[in-house]
Design a protein around this ligand. Structure first.
Ligand SMILES: NC(=O)c1ccc[n+]([C@@H]2O[C@H](COP(=O)([O-])OP(=O)(O)OC[C@H]3O[C@@H](n4cnc5c(N)ncnc54)[C@H](OP(=O)(O)O)[C@@H]3O)[C@@H](O)[C@H]2O)c1
Length: 360
């Protein structure tokens, strides 16, 4: 493992890209050396390219302000020569994203992606580092398919999942039969602010394109197993999901109902959550929360506004665990969608990849 890695941020001017730019300002391992976006932004200084659309609470980091934005497509070869790996978060058609990510992988650049284009590809690991770090084992087979030595693609899952899959995961030991989930998703998940999405004020929008399918299907890949260089999806548990857009800036909330083969006691669930830790905790990765799951005893917590920044926005919050009339239990989950759910989750995945030597 090297001491520090040179990093490119592809989609640096977008909502997730801005998070990367901010999160990497003082990162101990990763140094951003390239900021790239579409041809619309290329050639501008970063501060000019994000003028009027900077959506972070803190100012543009000093290191990024005067960097010249490159064209993610036209400048790919030049970018590949400057970086050890890239983060990718772009708003393009799926086919175009797939082609762009494979182009970088074939240029021998590892790609850590926030995009959905490759989430269903069976030799592309889709990783929540605390849950399925073992899926990185398919990278060897993916490199063989792409004909690369270093280059590969690893992705993180959809942001909605982070508010309930980490809470269901430790309960799989009790045999989850089925779960019903309603997510209440922040507008930053659509790359929006209250200024750019005025229609959300005083409103709830009961549809987010493609989100319910992702929320039901992606957990089965996360819970799948590695076989012959591919990830074979789990066959269950069945999850049914409804996804709503709500007037919240950051933080996806989930209302979860769950039934078990063998109903555990409430104390067993609380203990399973309190004790759960994954590789990021044992490896002490820089962005890992010390405690992955935080349970709140108060009846009115977790709240998006109060609790989304728990452990720098990297922890998953839970509350209101109680018995249900139709299912065995119900509870509330919360996670920060652009930190744990997007840029922060990708940085944690990159730290895991670095620790395991995939960037060397
Ligand atoms: N927001 C979230 O919470 C979240 C969570 C998980 C995953 N994601 C995923 O992350 C990706 C980005 O989301 P976002 O919310 O950050 O979107 P966004 O705010 O709309 O930003 C999109 C970025 O893509 C760039 N882009 C657009 N067309 C391009 C092209 N042809 N070539 C290169 N770059 C291009 C834009 O550059 P210009 O500024 O030059 O147009 C911008 O930097 C999406 O795939 C989304 O599904 C988002």
């Amino acid at each position: 493992m090297k001491k520090t890695y040179s990093v490119g941020i592809i989609g640096a001017t977008g909502m997730v890209g801005q998070r990367f730019v901010t999160l990497l300002e003082k990162h101990p391992l990763f140094t951003p050396v390239v900021l790239a976006a579409s041809a619309r932004s290329a050639g501008k200084l970063y501060r000019e390219a994000v003028d009027g659309k900077w959506a972070m609470n803190s100012p543009i980091p000093a290191y990024a302000r005067e960097m010249k934005v490159l064209d993610a497509e036209a400048d790919a070869k030049a970018i590949a020569q400057q970086v050890d790996f890239i983060f990718c978060a772009v708003n393009m058609k799926k086919d175009a994203i797939r082609a762009l990510e494979e182009k970088y992988a074939r240029l021998e650049v590892p790609v850590v992606s926030n995009n959905s284009a490759h989430r269903a590809t069976d030799d592309v690991p889709m990783v929540i580092p605390e849950i399925n770090a073992d899926h990185l084992a398919v990278i060897g087979a993916q490199r063989a398919r792409l004909g690369t030595k270093r280059g590969f693609i690893a992705v993180k899952s959809n942001c909605s999942l982070q508010s309930y899959v980490p809470l269901l995961h430790p309960l799989r030991a009790f045999g989850i039969r089925c779960a019903a989930v309603t997510t209440y998703q922040a507008i930053s998940g659509a790359g929006k602010t209250f200024e750019t999405m005025p229609e959300i004020v005083d409103n709830v929008i009961p549809y987010i394109g493609g989100e319910e399918q992702k929320s039901e299907e992606e957990p089965l890949k996360i819970w799948g197993h590695v076989e012959n260089g591919c990830i074979v999806n789990a066959s269950g548990p069945v999850i049914t999901a409804q996804c709503l857009r709500v007037p919240v800036s950051d933080g996806h909330t989930a209302a979860v109902f769950v039934s078990f083969e063998k109903k555990p006691a409430k104390e067993d669930i609380l203990t399973a959550w309190a004790n759960y830790a994954g590789e990021p905790q044992t490896l002490h990765l820089p962005s890992a929360p010390e405690q992955f799951i935080h349970y709140f005893d108060e009846d009115d917590r977790p709240q998006a506004k109060l609790d989304r920044m728990t452990e720098h926005g990297m922890a998953v919050c839970a509350g209101r665990l109680r018995e249900d009339t139709l299912f065995d239990y119900k509870f509330i989950g919360l996670s920060h969608n652009t930190l744990r759910g997007a840029a922060g989750g990708a940085v944690l995945l990159a730290e895991l990849l670095a620790a395991k030597g995939f960037f060397d």
